[in-house]
Design a protein around this ligand. Structure first.
Ligand SMILES: [Zn+2]
Length: 114
C-alpha cells in the first residue's frame, strides 16, 4: 500500500498493459484510467468490473499488469489518452526506451496491488 498522508493528492492516473490484444477490434494492449482509490479500482478491474476492456479481459482470461502510475486528475487522464501513444508510456512495450517524463511520482514497488 502507498502510505498517503491526508494532505496528499489521492487521485491517480494509471496505465494497464494486457498480456495480449483484447480482440481483433481492440488491438491495443493498454488501458489508461483514473481512480481516486487505486487499490479498490485495480481489484474492480481484476474481478471484471470497472471498465469494458477489463471486463472482456476477464471473460477471455487475459491477464494485465499495472505498469505506470501517476498522481493526476481526469484532465491529466484525458491528456494522456489524447496522446494516443500508450505503448511509448509502457515499460513492457517500449523496453524501457519510452517516453518517461517527470510525471511519474510513485514507484510501482511502493504499491501492493495484489
Ligand atoms: Zn505495454
Amino acid at each position: 500500500m502507498v502510505n498517503l498522508g491526508k494532505s496528499e493528492i489521492m487521485d491517480f492516473v494509471y496505465l494497464l498493459h494486457f498480456d495480449r490484444p483484447i480482440s481483433d477490434k481492440h488491438t491495443t494492449q493498454h488501458y489508461i484510467g483514473y481512480a481516486s482509490d487505486i487499490v479498490k479500482r485495480l481489484n474492480c478491474h481484476k474481478s471484471g468490473n470497472g471498465a469494458r476492456l477489463t471486463e472482456i479481459a476477464k471473460i477471455r482470461n487475459i491477464g494485465f499488469a499495472l505498469v505506470r502510475l501517476w498522481h493526476g486528475d481526469r484532465n491529466f487522464e484525458r491528456k494522456l489518452k489524447n496522446r494516443k501513444n500508450a505503448p511509448k508510456l509502457c515499460p513492457i512495450c517500449s523496453n524501457g526506451q519510452g517516453n518517461f517524463d517527470n510525471e511519474i511520482l510513485i514507484n510501482l514497488e511502493d504499491i501492493d496491488h495484489e
